[in-house]
Design a protein around this ligand. Structure first.
Ligand code: FES
Length: 75
């Protein structure tokens, strides 16, 4: 079975011009190993660097005009 068709416990999706959506069974932890409460099975992590709620996306990327592709493929 091709690698991209195997089921994964966790998926991370880079949204075009937006956050990384993390879905599934995961733990979000600080660099010291403390668990960060996500309260949900799906979270949006900021990748624009402008969120006021880091590491979570707060929608600021829309205001700042952040641009990034969603379909990164290895070359
Ligand atoms: S990606 Fe949404 S605020 Fe940074």
């Amino acid at each position: 079975m091709p690698e991209n068709e195997r089921a994964a416990a966790t998926t991370i999706t880079p949204y075009p011009d937006g956050p990384l959506l993390v879905r599934g069974d995961f733990a979000l932890v600080t660099p010291d190993g403390e668990r960060i409460d996500t309260r949900r099975g799906t979270v949006a992590l900021c990748r624009c660097g402008r969120s006021g709620l880091k590491p979570f996306c707060d929608g600021t990327h829309k205001v700042t005009g952040f641009r990034a592709e969603g379909n990164h493929r290895p070359t």
